[in-house]
Every structure is written in C-alpha cells, then in structure tokens.
Design a protein around this ligand. Structure first.
Ligand SMILES: *[C@@H]1O[C@H](CO)[C@@H](O)[C@H](O)[C@H]1NC(C)=O
Ligand SMILES: *[C@@H]1O[C@H](CO)[C@@H](O)[C@H](O)[C@H]1NC(C)=O
Length: 326
C-alpha cells in the first residue's frame, strides 16, 4: 500500500484496525471454565500451588548434575534440551529451613491463589475438546510410615475434562504414575462443577476424601475437604494443536491471564524436568529402599509430556476404565 492510499484509508478509518491489530487470540470456550473442577487441598497441606514464573527464578538448568547456565527465563527455557533438570539453587535437604518459595501460596477462602494454574485445551475429532487443568507445585513431599519417599522439587499434576460438543462427558484425575477416570456426572458437584480432592504433600488427585492406597500397601495418600482451589480465578490459558504439536496463547484470568502473552509459549515446549535430578546415595539425606523407592527422586516433566494428544481419557491409554460411580 502506498503512502497516499494509506493516508486515504486512514481518513476513511479503514487502516487503524489493520495497523493496531493485536495477534489474534482465540479465547477458551466458556464451558472450559464453567465446568472446571473445584479442588480441595488437604487441610494439613503445607506445599501449596506455585507460580511457574516464581519457580523459574529459584532454579538453574543442570545436566548430569552440573549447571549449564546460571538462570532460566521464559525466553530461554524453550530451547533447553530434554536432558535438563531445573535444579533448585537452594539446598533442599534441610527441609526445616527450606526457602518459602517451595511452599507456594495457600488459596484464600474465595478459592483464589496468586499462583496461576495452567489450562490447556485441545480440539479433537468428533466434537471433542479436552481441557487439561494443570496444577503446579514447587515441591512434592510424601511421608509414609514416618519415612519420606518420592520427595522432589517441582510437581505437575492434572485433571482433564473431555467435552463433547461443549458438554462435560468424562474426567481424568492424575495420581502418581497413573490416575483414574470417571464419567463427569459421577463426581459430586457444586454449581455443576465437579469436586476433586488433592492429596496432602503428593498432590495426587482423587474423587473423594479419605485414605487412598497407591503402589504398595501402607503407601496411602490422604485427602480431605481443606481449602478450595478454584483455578478459574487465576490461570494462564492455551491451545495445543496436536497435529503440529504447537501451543498458542488463549485467554486466561487474573495475573496468569495478564502475564501470559508477554511470556510466550516456549516454556510449554520444555521437555526436561522441573526439579532436581535424583540425588545419589552419597548426597546428604538421601536413602533408598529399592533402586526406585528413594527419599529424593527426580523432578517431573511438564504438560507437554502428559499425552495431550490422547484419544482415550486416561494418560496411559493401554488401560483406561471409565468408572460410573465414585
Ligand atoms: C501433611 O503433610 C505435612 C508435610 O508435608 C505433614 O506435616 C502433615 O503431618 C501431613 N498431614 C497428615 C494428616 O498426615
Ligand atoms: C495426536 O498426535 C499423535 C502423534 O501424531 C497421534 O498419535 C494421536 O493419535 C493424535 N491424537 C488425536 C486425538 O488425534
């Protein structure tokens, strides 16, 4: 367009919308928040939801236990290899004195916490939209029979609601290496929103309060109706295109919604670990009862590694039973 036609167009009021157009953001469908689960943290929880942005300021990227950079940001994380462990700059062992950033932020009585959740929606064939509600914590602390097993820096858990033509059909709740699936209506609800329970310390997700055995007998998770975390009040929202494996910014809410466009989506492509690599046996405080049942284990992978493109409702598609009652 020449300057004279541009001037003319401006006079006619045509161009400003072109010149000032912000990048197109496709908001998340309203049903994604309308039917977002409401989650009870445990009443004795001390490791609350954490903001990914804050977590990044306390870790450095390491490979084979040595730093490859002294810091990591939203602009550098996307280019890190999947071998990277985002490792705490603070010594985690002295748990009594650990920095408070590991403790996250307890939700207020309204369900709002200043730590934004992450919601990722994925469109699939057959009128399906899978909405992944990701819960991030800076620390996972697990006590069993007075011993700690499976502690790690960084903790990603999720629930997923499968919508068919905008109607919530099924829900998946992640717990440790697996999880459970239910019809959406099987769960108790409040104003149409499913209620879920987050286990003390391990943050595994369950459909009921009480004791939940996992892995070995004696390794129980505890849930109760402690503080409510309403992720819709503060979240970063994204779309994930499974055919191109790309994330784009969608709409969010609260501080998450206001910061996400500036942060970009590179962090969601990081395929490495969000915490320290499992310490060896010589590391102060480490103990193991088997080769993989240790006090300290490696931090987890993030949303990209949680099978966002799943066809079945469960993360592990090889066995997925959708229960019709809790
Ligand atoms: C919950 O976990 C914290 C440490 O993470 C622990 O101090 C507390 O005793 C646990 N609550 C119960 C009921 O076991
Ligand atoms: C997502 O992509 C993966 C890899 O290309 C493919 O195996 C999977 O079937 C896709 N999922 C859906 C729901 O189309």
């Amino acid at each position: 367009m020449s300057w004279s036609t541009l001037r003319l167009a401006c006079l006619l009021g045509v161009v400003p919308s072109l010149v000032y157009a912000a990048p197109a953001v496709t908001p998340l469908p309203s049903y994604v928040t309308q039917f977002a689960p409401l989650s009870h943290l445990d009443s004795t929880e001390v490791y609350f939801p954490a903001d990914v942005a804050n977590h990044l300021t306390h870790v450095q990227p390491e490979e084979d236990m040595s730093a490859i950079a002294s810091s990591v940001t939203f602009s550098t994380i996307g280019s890190l290899s999947s071998d990277v462990f985002l490792t705490s700059k603070d010594t985690v062992e002295d748990i009594q004195n650990v920095a408070s950033w590991l403790n996250g932020v307890k939700p207020e009585s309204t369900g709002l916490t200043s730590a934004p959740a992450t919601i990722v929606a994925v469109q699939k064939a057959g009128g399906i939209v899978d909405a992944f509600y990701f819960y991030f914590y800076s620390y996972d602390h697990a006590t069993y029979l007075g011993l700690q097993f499976g502690d790690h820096v960084g903790d990603w858990e999720h629930s997923m609601v499968r919508f068919v033509n905008g109607v919530p059909q099924d829900i998946y709740l992640s717990a440790h290496d697996g999880g459970s699936a239910y019809t959406y209506s099987a769960l108790p609800s409040q104003n149409g929103r499913a209620i879920t329970y987050i286990a003390n310390g391990t943050h595994a997700n369950y459909a009921s309060p009480g004791s939940h055995q996992h892995d070995l007998p004696g390794l129980d998770d505890q849930t109760d109706a402690g503080s409510i975390w309403d992720v819709t009040l503060n979240f970063r929202g994204y779309w994930f295109d499974n055919s191109t494996q790309t994330f784009t910014v969608a709409s969010g809410a609260g501080t998450g919604g206001s910061v996400e466009a500036g942060e970009g989506v590179g962090w969601l492509n990081f395929a490495g670990r969000w915490g320290d690599e499992q310490y060896d046996l010589f590391h102060e405080g480490q103990y193991c009862v088997t080769s993989d049942e240790c006090k300290y284990v490696s931090g987890p992978t993030g949303p990209i590694a949680k099978n966002l493109g799943r066809t079945a409702v469960c993360q592990d598609e090889s066995s997925c039973t959708i229960q019709t009652s809790v």
